[in-house]
Design a protein around this ligand. Structure first.
Ligand SMILES: Nc1nc2c(ncn2[C@@H]2O[C@H](COP(=O)(O)OP(=O)(O)OP(=O)(O)O)[C@@H](O)[C@H]2O)c(=O)[nH]1
Ligand SMILES: [Mg+2]
Length: 333
């Protein structure tokens, strides 16, 4: 029997993955339960929700007993997309952050150098990506809070070490470790489905195969391609020589599934240095909302300029936008 859940349910559910504290999670789950119709088709889901709430309440009680529980970090999102650097010890995560941003994390020839998240901004054309350097992840070990950072990141860069013969073990170990935390690393997250497991997230991931300058790196890259090439996009780089780094901006832009649009006032030129960044597939009205909440209600029409557009053509609120579009909004006074 299908569950036939109301649209509000999915709206609320979206907030679940964004919830950070146990408190917030409990609240969202309770709201989901409240809007869920009671019939045979939802029995299983309702039971699942209740047991999830009970588990969280228990967790909450335990963390209070322990005095707040473990460490947690939150890196506030900045720029067009947040990208978490995940990899085994010594793969060169911190070196890449240094090479691509102004941040200056410690780099050392021994493993487990990085202990805290360090963010840096990587400029690309008229936008910037936020990279987060993290402590290493292995099959045996991962700081629990890294899970939280990955959950909230837009993309995961799997930084692999092409100078190491343990390359495949590293990949496998990291994928398994993330799975333990209900994080599925995938090249393309599936469309939303009726999920029983609320904590599971799919994270769009790709491989930065670092140290391509080292001895035997090309052969190891072939092996990596053979085993993971179909599953993930693989981009060879060297933080040391700079090889492959210039193409990263474009790659991140494509992977982030975003577009940039600009606005202009009637009779004026647009400010092309100040784009509105939106998810691919966004419409005119989504851009309006970014400018001002008011604009959504007052929206009458927009005129559009851009690649493949007829200059100044009038478009409606549901017109799908393209990267580079320029919009002139006309709203009711
Ligand atoms: N040959 C070569 N060495 C590199 C490259 N990138 C980093 N290294 C070296 O690899 C070692 C580890 O670099 P880090 O950037 O500290 O590695 P990490 O992944 O941040 O390490 P942890 O913080 O311990 O997880 C250092 O000695 C770097 O100089 C590269 O592209 N090529
Ligand atoms: Mg490091």
């Amino acid at each position: 029997m299908p569950a036939n859940l109301p649209p509000e349910y999915y709206q609320i559910k979206k907030r679940y993955s964004a919830a950070r504290t146990i408190e917030e999670k409990i609240k969202v789950l309770q709201e989901m339960l409240a809007v869920m119709p009671k019939h045979k088709g939802t029995d299983k889901l309702r039971a699942e929700l209740r047991s999830k709430i009970a588990k969280l309440k228990q967790e909450r009680a335990e963390s209070r007993r322990k005095g707040g529980g473990g460490k947690s970090y939150h890196v506030r999102k900045q720029g067009a997309a947040q990208i978490a650097l995940i990899g085994p010890p010594n793969a060169g995560k911190s070196s890449l952050l240094r090479a691509l941003t102004n941040a200056e994390p410690e780099v050392a020839p021994y493993p487990f150098t990085t202990q805290e998240p360090i963010a840096g901004m990587m400029p690309f054309e008229n936008i910037a990506f936020q990279l987060i350097d993290l402590p290493p992840v292995t099959a045996e070990f991962m700081k629990p809070w890294v899970n939280d950072i990955v959950r909230h990141a837009d993309l995961v860069a799997l930084v692999m070490d092409l100078s190491s013969d343990d390359l495949l073990d590293h990949m496998e170990g990291i994928i398994a470790r993330m799975k333990d935390y209900d994080i599925e690393l995938v090249s393309e997250p599936p469309e939303e489905e009726e999920e029983i497991n609320f904590d599971r997230v799919f994270k769009k991931s790709f491989i930065l195969a670092n140290k391509v300058d080292s001895d035997g790196a090309r052969d190891r890259l072939d092996i990596l391609e053979e085993f993971y090439g179909e599953r993930f996009k693989i981009h060879p780089v060297s933080a040391l020589t700079g090889e492959g780094l210039d193409e990263l901006g474009k790659l991140f832009f494509q992977l982030a599934d975003i577009i940039r649009v600009y606005t202009k006032a009637p009779g004026k030129k647009p400010d092309l240095s100040n784009p509105i960044v939106l998810p691919k597939g966004s419409c005119v009205i989504d851009a309006a909302e970014e400018i001002h909440k008011d604009f959504v209600e007052r929206f009458r029409y927009a005129r559009i300029w851009g690649p493949g557009r007829i200059d100044g053509q009038t478009v409606a609120r549901d017109e799908v936008l393209r990267d580079g579009d320029i919009l002139e909004f006309h709203v009711a006074r």
